[in-house]
Design a protein around this ligand. Sequence first.
Ligand SMILES: CC(C)(COP(=O)(O)OP(=O)(O)OC[C@H]1O[C@@H](n2cnc3c(N)ncnc32)[C@H](O)[C@@H]1OP(=O)(O)O)[C@@H](O)C(=O)NCCC(=O)NCCS
Length: 272
Amino acid sequence: MSQPNKKLQNIDPVWGRIQNEASALILAEPLMGGMVHSSILHHNTFRKALSYRISLKLSSEEMPAQILREIVDEVLSTDDSIALSARADMVAVFDRDPACHQMLQPMLFFKGYQALQAYRVSHWLWKNDRKEIAYFIQMRCSEVFGVDIHPGAVLGCGIMIDHAHSIVIGETSRVGDNVSMLHSVTLGGTGKADGDRHPTIENGVLIGAGAKILGNITVGYCSKIAAGSVVLKDIPPCKTVAGVPGLIVGEAGCDQPSQTMDQFFEGCEKTS
Ligand SMILES: CC(C)(COP(=O)(O)OP(=O)(O)OC[C@H]1O[C@@H](n2cnc3c(N)ncnc32)[C@H](O)[C@@H]1OP(=O)(O)O)[C@@H](O)C(=O)NCCC(=O)NCCS
């Protein structure tokens, strides 16, 4: 077994924590030892563990995990910002999901987190003109996780996708930093426009379960979209929107709106 790199662990609290939680799990649940070892403790960096996990989950008969891993390893080692964003997403899930008690959970069990990281790989491939592999990853994410994020969409950091059944995010969507969404959210087109036809979601927005946000519209920072809403028009910042069609029903806001607005993880892709 490769030993965790103690020096790196000190400057990588997310990875250090995941390793500690994995070691504790093996003691508590020895029958999960093989899975926990191969997914976490066998690796000496967060990036390698992430690459292993994504490749394993998305592999299929026509694309074995070993080949996928070569591709994912190449992407993650070429662009450090992907694993950085993955750490920010991990912290977001841990902070915001009351059902997340350990950072090990998203890495091993949460399909929203895993699908988001696979999207990040597919987006890099898309930008680097390797669109067919990007489409392959999109297809496998959709088949395996029920999460369909077009590789051309641009997503920021610190994103939580909770439960994650039936998430659809269209090609020209932009999603800012610190956005949270529940299951069955669609960021889609209206079917009436070509080109730039999908929504922009600014920093700190919460999108409730089943909400559909359609068209080239903007949801302003820190607004909340209630579960089941259908939003068809621009929404200003810090509003609560509910209903079909979605109407402003109140004032909203993030706990620390200025922090949320300004927060930008170094190396994260700008969405606006
Ligand atoms: C919108 C939401 C975030 C609450 O935001 P808020 O700013 O605190 O809003 P309030 O609770 O003050 O509600 C404002 C108004 O919208 C109404 N409202 C809230 N959610 C609604 C919904 N999903 N559909 C229709 N109306 C809704 C409220 O009844 C209230 O109306 P009233 O002023 O006539 O009483 C919350 O209701 C919500 O939908 N969260 C998503 C949760 C989710 O997806 N859960 C799934 C977990 S698996």
